[in-house]
Design a protein around this ligand. Structure first.
Ligand SMILES: [Zn+2]
Length: 251
C-alpha cells in the first residue's frame, strides 16, 4: 500500500481516538451501574444541565472548562480526559508498529482492551457484552485476511484451555481464582492473534501479573492468596503486546 494511504489510516485513528475515549469513559461509569448508554453524555450528572456541543469536545472542553461543569461547578471525572488522551496514543502506537489499515484495526483492538482492563481493575468484571464483540471483531478481521481457521481455533482453544485452568485452580485452592470472564477475554485474544499466539498471551499475562503481586508485597500491601487480582488487566496487556509484536519466540 502507498505510504499516503497508510498516513490516512493513522490520522483517522488518531482523530477518532479522543471521541472513542470519551465514550469509553461514559461506558466505564454507566455499565457497572446498569445505567442506559447513549452515544454521548447528554446531561451533567450533578445538576442535570443539558450539555452543549462545546461541553463535549474531547480534550479541549476539559481545558476550556477546567474539568468542571459550567453551571454547578461539579468535577468532571478525570477519567474522561485520561481516556481521551490514551485512545489516540494507543492508535499512534498501533500505527507506528503496523503502518497501513492493520494499524487502524490495532487501534480498534486497543480501545476494546482498554475498556475491559478498566472494568476489571475497578469492578473485577469482564462483561460478555464486551468480550463477545472482541471475539467477533477478531474473527471478522481474521476472515478478511483469510486466516479464519487458525484464529477460530485460537478462540476455541483459548476459551477451553482457560476454563480448564480456572477449574483446576478452583479444585486446588478451594475458591474462585480466575473469573469466568477471563476465559472469554482469552478467547478474544485467540480470535485476534491466532492459536499459535495463546502461549505468548498467557505467559506475558502471568509474568506481568506476578510482577504486580511481588511489587505490591514489597510495598507492604496485602495481595495474593484469597485477595482477588484483576487478571483481565494482565491478559489485556498480553493480547496487546502479542498482537503488536507477534507471539514470543515466533516473531
Ligand atoms: Zn452541573
Amino acid at each position: 500500500m502507498a505510504p499516503q494511504a497508510d498516513l490516512i489510516w493513522l490520522i483517522a485513528a488518531i482523530l477518532l481516538g479522543p471521541f472513542v475515549g470519551s465514550f469509553l469513559g461514559l461506558l466505564s461509569l454507566r455499565l457497572p451501574q446498569d445505567l442506559p448508554v447513549v452515544w454521548s453524555r447528554s446531561a451533567c450528572p450533578a445538576c442535570g444541565r443539558t450539555l452543549a456541543p462545546l461541553d463535549l469536545v474531547p480534550i479541549l472542553s476539559h481545558l476550556w472548562l477546567r474539568g468542571q461543569c459550567r453551571s454547578c461547578g461539579a468535577t468532571i471525572p478525570r477519567r474522561y480526559l485520561a481516556l481521551e488522551l490514551a485512545c489516540p496514543a494507543l492508535a499512534l502506537w498501533a500505527g507506528l508498529v503496523h503502518p497501513s489499515a492493520a494499524g487502524f484495526l490495532g487501534a480498534v483492538l486497543a480501545w476494546q482492551l482498554l475498556l475491559l482492563a478498566l472494568l476489571d481493575a475497578e469492578h473485577f468484571w469482564l462483561p460478555r457484552l464486551l468480550t463477545v464483540p472482541l471475539i467477533v471483531s477478531g474473527l471478522a478481521v481474521a476472515a478478511a485476511q483469510g486466516l479464519l481457521v487458525e484464529h477460530a481455533l485460537g478462540a476455541a482453544l483459548g476459551f477451553a484451555g482457560f476454563s480448564l485452568l480456572a477449574l483446576a485452580y478452583r479444585r486446588l485452592r478451594g475458591h474462585e481464582g480466575l473469573g469466568g470472564g477471563d476465559a472469554y477475554l482469552v478467547a478474544g485474544g485467540g480470535a485476534w492473534c491466532g492459536a499459535l499466539a495463546l502461549p505468548s498471551i498467557l505467559l506475558i499475562a502471568a509474568v506481568s501479573g506476578l510482577t504486580f503481586v511481588l511489587i505490591q508485597r514489597w510495598r507492604g500491601k496485602p495481595v495474593g492468596g484469597a485477595l482477588p487480582l484483576p487478571f483481565g488487566v494482565f491478559l489485556a496487556a498480553g493480547i496487546w503486546v502479542t498482537w503488536l509484536y507477534g507471539p514470543l519466540g515466533l516473531s
